[in-house]
Structure formats: structure tokens, C-alpha cells
Design a protein around this ligand. Structure first.
Ligand code: CA
Length: 221
């Protein structure tokens, strides 16, 4: 059975093009133009993934996303008309799995849909991969203790708390400095690089920290 992708989009031409691509990729496409109608439909029958436009008649995408997160972890790809909007959304911690800015190529959207679905279906057994003890400030990968600096631990613990969430460099910087650790924006990249290298020693087969182009980093378990 193919996955159902709900496309919540009020620009009917765009919605039709996206639906065509989604269908051609082997998914079942469903299009709803009104926000309120979309939420009601999601409550009635949960799709496998939601492509959610931000500006919608009835109820905006952000409100829909928050409402859905109250009862479901269904993958959500948020679509916005402005690239600056993405930074704001990241700060709001919407709970969306990915963000895409208009105009986007439908091909790119299908690639994102595939990636998000793949991620959400390979979620099981996270505990076997990574264990974090916040009190002791220790982290283990497959039960092997990781030799982390305080900053690396802070970053890993913060991202592991919300797997699948994209953290901007500014957010990570903020998290690191909350623990009174000296850190600069550019240093975040090198901390993450070191963290990945240390994780790779015990997890050679899985890459759990991903860089999201232009946005920041995300941890997937
Ligand atoms: Ca719109």
C-alpha cells in the first residue's frame, strides 16, 4: 500500500503540480486548500506525511502544525513563501520535520518527502544507539562511553532531546552558552565535526548528526 501525502496548499495550480509529482513518485496524493478543513481531515484520517503551506485561508500552517503535534508525530514538511520565515519558524520550534521555501522544484519536494518518510520509518531502537545521562553529563554510543568535551556533551544532549528537529547554529550557540561554555558561532561547526568523529568510532554504520544545508544541524536516531 502506498503512503498517503496530504498537500495543504491554497494555490490551486501549485497544489496540482505537486500532486502530480507526488503521484508519479508512487504516493497517494490528497489536496486540501483550507486550513480548518485540513485539520479536520487529519483528525478524521491520519495521512502518512503532510506538506503544509504556512499561509492558508481558515487556519494558518503554524496553528495546524501545533494542533497536529498535540496528537500525532506524523511527518510534516512546512512550506513558506519567504526564506527569512524559516529562521523564525526554527526559533518557534514548530515541530515540523523539514522546511521548504517557495518557489521550490516539485522534484526537490519529492526528494524531501522520501527522506522524511525514510527517517520516520527507521526510528526504532534509538536507546540502543545513544544513551545520555544528563545528571552525570555522560553519553554512550552503543553502550560505549564517549569522551566528550563539556560543549560537545551539551550540544549532543540538546539535540538528542528532540531528535528530528533542526537546530540553527544560533540556537546551538545559545544552548552551549546557557551551560556557561565559551563558544562562538563558527566554533559550533568544529564542535559538531569533533562530535561526529567521536560518534563514528562507535557508530561506523550510522550517521546520526546531519547538517541541513543553510539551516543547521539535526540529530536522527
Ligand atoms: Ca498559501
Amino acid at each position: 500500500m502506498s503512503a498517503t501525502i496530504l498537500i495543504v496548499e491554497d494555490e490551486s495550480e501549485l497544489a496540482a503540480v505537486v500532486a502530480d509529482y507526488v503521484t508519479a513518485a508512487g504516493y497517494e496524493a490528497q489536496v486540501i486548500a483550507d486550513g480548518r478543513e485540513a485539520l479536520a481531515s487529519i483528525q478524521r484520517q491520519m495521512p502518512d506525511l503532510i506538506v503544509l503551506d504556512l499561509m492558508l485561508p481558515g487556519l494558518d500552517g503554524l496553528s495546524i502544525c501545533r494542533a497536529v503535534r498535540g496528537f500525532s508525530a506524523v511527518p510534516i514538511i512546512m512550506v513558506t513563501a519567504q526564506v527569512q520565515e524559516i529562521d523564525r519558524l526554527l526559533g518557534l520550534e514548530t515541530g515540523a520535520d523539514d522546511y521548504l521555501c517557495k518557489p521550490f522544484s516539485p522534484r526537490e519536494l519529492v526528494a524531501r518527502i522520501k527522506a522524511v518518510l525514510r527517517r520516520s520509518s527507521t526510528l526504532p531502537t534509538p536507546a540502543q544507539i545513544l544513551q545520555i545521562d544528563v545528571e552525570a553529563r555522560t553519553a554512550r554510543a552503543r553502550s560505549q562511553l564517549l569522551d566528550l568535551t563539556p560543549t560537545e556533551f551539551s550540544l549532543l544532549a540538546a539535540m538528542a532531546k528532540r531528535p528530528g528537529t533542526i537546530f540553527s547554529r544560533a540556537q546551538l550557540l545559545d544552548l552551549a552558552s546557557r551551560d556557561n561554555l565559551e563558544c562562538t558561532d563558527r566554533a559550533i561547526d568544529s564542535h559538531i565535526k569533533n562530535l561526529r568523529r567521536k560518534l563514528a568510532v562507535h557508530l561506523p554504520d550510522v550517521d546520526i548528526i546531519h547538517s541541513v544545508y543553510g539551516l543547521g544541524y539535526r540529530l536522527d536516531l
